[in-house]
Design a protein around this ligand. Structure first.
Ligand code: NAP
Length: 249
């Protein structure tokens, strides 16, 4: 049976761990050629490249700041030079800088908006001309349920994730006639480095509020990303799919 992403080139930001890494693993298993980004260290990039090459995946790894407009433009040009095309873009890179509003400084606001929201503009802006030439493209932006319902202590993060939803819907409206789709995933409470510092008591309390009674796994989000990346979702655009165990129902 043909793999779902065979012959497709995908770009995933923030793929070194957590949800981005799970999406990369799922896409690799479905035959995609991959460009992965991360930021922390060169060693991390080498390990990431080795991991995917060992699986037989054609992969390029870039240490590249998703929030840096020029760096992203160069990255996308490199992708086209090396792979000749780009089919799927996953905007996953994200950070938190949580605090109550009165203690939130300008830097915590700007950093979160830059990495979480501006990064989506950067990559979509850079990739759109390629998608237009190909007359196809799938954009998947990782938002959050917090972008829909808000969260005390996360005003900056919630604003960035709500911004992603507005951005995604606008892109879907603007580019739909050229067969370019844009959708967002709003994960709930997923087990990654981002949530690992929460106390057991807080985790238990959250779990009780989730109808499926468990935290999500990165793979749960990756399954949804695969659907949105593949031709199985070819008539779906402008949507926000919650992967949250029913938490926000
Ligand atoms: P994570 O484990 O902290 O991973 C974040 C990833 O983003 C890492 O690969 C990190 O790379 C990368 N990154 C951070 N800043 C970057 C930048 N400026 N440029 C490029 N890459 C950058 O987080 P996660 O939980 O997997 O979250 C992934 C996405 O899902 C985020 O957008 C997050 O907001 C969203 N989300 C998560 C949850 C959850 O419960 N975990 C819920 C809803 C939404 P380095 O390691 O190199 O820094």
């Amino acid at each position: 049976m043909k793999k779902q992403l065979q012959g497709k080139t995908v770009l995933i930001t923030g793929a070194s761990r957590g949800i981005g890494h799970a999406i990369a693993s799922k896409f690799a298993a479905e035959g995609a050629d991959m460009v992965l980004t991360h930021l922390a260290s060169d060693e991390q990039g080498v390990e990431l490249a080795e991991e995917f090459r060992a699986l037989g995946t054609r992969v390029s790894v870039y240490r590249s700041d998703a929030a840096d407009f020029s760096a992203v433009e160069m990255l996308v040009q490199d992708v086209v030079r090396e792979f000749g095309r780009l089919d799927v873009l996953v905007n996953n890179a994200g950070i938190t800088r949580d605090s109550l509003l009165l203690r939130m400084d300008e830097q915590a606001w700007d950093e979160v908006l830059r990495v979480n929201l501006r990064s989506c503009f950067n990559t979509v802006r850079a990739a759109t001309s390629i998608f237009l030439k190909q007359r196809s493209g799938a954009i998947i932006n990782i938002s959050s349920v917090v972008g829909i319902k808000g969260n005390a202590g996360q005003a900056n993060y919630a604003a960035s994730k709500a911004g992603i939803i507005g951005f995604t819907k606008s892109v879907a409206l603007e580019l739909g006639s050229r067969n370019i789709r844009a959708n967002a995933i709003a994960p709930g409470f997923i087990e990654t480095a981002m949530t690992q510092d929460l106390t057991e008591a807080v985790k238990k309390d959250w779990e009780l509020r989730i109808p499926l009674r468990r935290m999500g796994l990165p793979e749960d989000v990756a399954n949804c990303a695969l659907f949105l990346a593949s031709d199985a979702s070819s008539y779906i655009t402008g949507q926000v799919i919650q992967v949250d165990g029913g938490m926000l129902t």
